[in-house]
Ligand binder design. Sequence first.
Ligand code: 4NP
Length: 168
Amino acid sequence: MADPVRLCFVCLGNICRSPTAEGVMRHLVAEAGLTERIEVDSAGTAGWHEGDHADRRTRAEAQRRGIDLSALRGRQFRADDFAHFDLVLAMDHDNLVDLASMAPDDDARASIELLRAFDPTADSDADLAVPDPYYGGADGFAAVFDMVDRACRGLLDHVRTELLDPPA
Ligand code: 4NP
């Protein structure tokens, strides 16, 4: 069996946006019967929440949509993670710039994409960021979930058609 396609979602703290993406993507991958072929992880560019559960508001919103994030713990993205992952999916432009500055070579830099670039419904002129909900209200967490869910569905289509060998 070929190596799995390895995905890592990255935000700032790894307690709000990227754990949501990890949970949603794990769910979609399991639903598609591709757990053995697509590996999913998440991390933060900052290490402030290393070892922490996802934010309580993030967990509550995910739970409301049928996604359990209780097993996830925060961790910081490291330069040597680039060697492991095929695609590193940034939530916003700051994450993208921080990741690019950490990338050890051109291959690593080429593996970084904005997650929402995979959302076929995102406006082509939108800035394609998943906004940080940490200092806002509950509606921000619901909006993050919706954006991440749409983008992860597009990402799964991309992985199936472009990266899995043979396509599933
Ligand atoms: P995240 O949100 O990057 O989506 O996990 C944040 C979480 C924590 C902090 C900032 C953003 N913080 O300042 O601790």
